[in-house]
Write a protein that binds this ligand. Structure first.
Ligand SMILES: *[C@@H]1O[C@H](CO)[C@@H](O)[C@H](O)[C@H]1NC(C)=O
Ligand SMILES: *[C@@H]1O[C@H](CO)[C@@H](O)[C@H](O)[C@H]1NC(C)=O
Length: 294
């Protein structure tokens, strides 16, 4: 009994000793050189002229502050290693795109600030899995394309900032996918006052209370004229409804024509079948009679 215990002691001590070593290491050695590890869960790498995120952090980092650097990409596996991240601030960096799958393990992320970067587009489901995200800041980028499904599964999102981008239009489905939305910023985009914008206009009108800066700040352009949203009403977009009804009319008209053509062809086919049946049937009887005679 005591022998086995003795044999066991060094084996048991070794891992716990190493564990103790890790705990006794000065905190600074685990902290990336350019950063300050404020506490066990908060790492501050702001204003360091970094060109990329440091590759190793304490694994249980929850709050990563990396604003005001020259970071060009979010490593695609960032959330694979640092799945406890709740708060990621990459404001004022040089991000031009987000890689697909970057956020697949970001199920704890609550706050994401990507404002003041150079993002150009948001693909379908890019933030998928960030189901706990409450605030998403994308203001002051260069976004011109936001996929209809860009914000899908962001069921907790309350604040969405898209101000001062390059958006001429936005699919209203992207906003309708956000059941918890309470505040949104859309001002400072070069919206076009066309029928695509009509749906966004109606959404804004009915959800005006959600616009943080009010409707007054948003304008769209029509043939070089700048029109503020409060100058517009549903009547302004009545042409869009008309063009829709023209389209409906065309669809109805052409389906009517198609049905008529189909009817003509089927009656022709039916008539010729009957005709053929009448014409062929006796000759077939003749053949059978011939066969009988043989
Ligand atoms: C913004 O994006 C457009 C293409 O969508 C590009 O031509 C332009 O250079 C970008 N501007 C900046 C400041 O990155
Ligand atoms: C207002 O916002 C909610 C939530 O996004 C949406 O379901 C609703 O359709 C919006 N109103 C209009 C008129 O689009």
């Amino acid at each position: 009994m005591s022998l086995t215990m003795l044999a066991c002691v060094p084996l048991c001590l070794l891992p716990s000793y190493c564990f103790c070593c890790l705990l006794l290491l000065p905190w600074g050695q685990l902290c990336p050189p350019a950063c300050t590890c404020i506490d066990f869960h908060t790492i501050d790498c702001m204003d360091q002229g970094l060109r990329s995120l440091p590759s190793a952090f304490p694994l249980d980092v929850r709050k990563l502050l990396a604003a005001n650097n020259h970071i060009r990409t979010i490593p695609a596996d960032l959330f694979v290693y640092y799945g406890d991240l709740v708060y990621l601030d990459l404001r004022n960096n040089c991000l031009t795109s987000l890689e697909e799958g970057t956020f697949v393990s970001s199920s704890r992320l609550v706050f994401l600030d990507l404002s003041f970067n150079a993002l150009r587009q948001l693909d379908a489901g890019i933030f998928k899995a960030a189901e706990k995200l409450i605030k998403l800041s994308l203001g002051n980028n260069n976004l011109s394309e936001v996929n209809e499904a860009a914000f899908e599964t962001l069921d907790s999102l309350q604040v969405l900032e898209l101000q001062h981008n390059n958006l001429q239009s936005l699919h209203v489905g992207a906003l309708e996918a956000l059941p918890s939305l309470r505040a949104i910023r859309l001002e400072g985009n070069p919206w076009l006052c066309d029928c695509d914008f009509a749906k966004i206009f109606f959404w804004i009108e009915e959800n005006a209370s959600k616009l943080q800066q009010g409707m007054q700040e948003i304008h769209c352009s029509l043939e070089d004229r700048r029109i503020y949203l409060h100058e517009l009403s549903e009547i302004s977009f009545s042409e869009c409804k008309f063009s829709l009804s023209v389209l409906d009319f065309l669809i109805i008209f052409f389906s009517g024509v198609a049905v008529s053509i189909a009817a003509i062809f089927s009656s022709f086919f039916l008539a010729s079948t009957v005709h053929c049946f009448q014409k062929c049937a006796p000759s077939k009887d003749d053949d059978e009679e011939d066969e009988d005679e043989d």
